[in-house]
Design a protein. Structure first.
Length: 245
């Protein structure tokens, strides 16, 4: 199988890269911002590459080096100017830049380890925003996507082919664990020669409501929320809109 570093980026692409329902909102906010954009938890560049291709100045931040390396490589491949920084959203420092918009897409803010982690993220982002700049944070409840009918068909896997390998990831369990939601995914990789490698990965999402996040954001003014509609494959999101004071 591919190395662990490369595999991390591949699985991120399998499970996230095809999502497009939120892109119209980020494009609209970028157009209104009139300045550089900060993409928090940028992953391999799903949002950053889309915005940069439309002429926006984008910096992507992620704590996973494999993700930022993939983003930088893809930006070079497409001739796009994107700053890719490996750093934690709760403690990053990017000198010499004040951003007009920060985006935390696809429940990035629910991967920060609870209230304390969110508070550190809010503080770190605020240091990098111009007065009046916006921080847009997508929040979702994974249970909203689970049918109540026990006989409902199981979810289809996310599938991607790369270099002759076929990767698939299927959510097999969603459950409450304290103040978080645990999502188990069965990851299967089939080699060009037909050998199967499989494992289960668990993703922990903090359970946080929009009004809770808004109350925590004391250095910001709360603006009207936005929504990302659900799709056949993904739950919808409420996007909390915070303006830097």
């Amino acid at each position: 199988m591919v190395g662990l570093t490369v595999a991390a980026a591949i699985w991120h692409d399998v499970e996230c890269a095809s999502y497009e329902a939120d892109l119209p909102l980020w494009r609209q906010l970028a157009d209104d911002a009139h300045g550089p954009i900060l993409d928090l938890g940028c992953g391999t560049g799903r949002v950053a590459l889309d915005l940069a291709a439309r002429g926006y100045e984008v910096t992507g931040v992620d704590c996973e080096p494999a993700f930022t390396a993939a983003l930088a490589a893809r930006a070079r491949e497409h001739g796009l100017r994107i700053r890719a920084e490996t750093a934690d959203a709760r403690s990053f420092e990017l000198p010499g830049q004040a951003y007009a918009l920060a985006i935390a897409a696809m429940q990035v803010a629910q991967l920060l380890g609870g209230r304390e982690g969110r508070a550190r993220m809010l503080e770190s982002v605020r240091r990098h925003l111009r007065p009046g700049a916006l921080l847009a944070v997508a929040l979702a409840d994974p249970f909203e996507g689970i049918p109540e009918d026990e006989e409902a068909a199981p979810p289809l896997p996310d599938v991607r082919e790369e270099d002759g390998w076929v990767y698939s990831s299927t959510p097999v369990d969603v459950r409450r664990e304290g103040g978080a939601t645990a999502i188990d995914r069965l990851r299967q990789a089939v080699s060009p020669s037909g050998e199967l490698d499989e494992s289960v990965a668990t993703i922990m999402l903090d359970a946080v409501m929009p009004d809770e996040l808004e109350a925590e954001a004391t250095a910001y003014a709360v603006r009207a929320r936005r929504e990302v509609p659900p799709t056949v494959d993904y739950v919808g999101s409420i996007v909390v809109m915070l303006e830097a004071r």
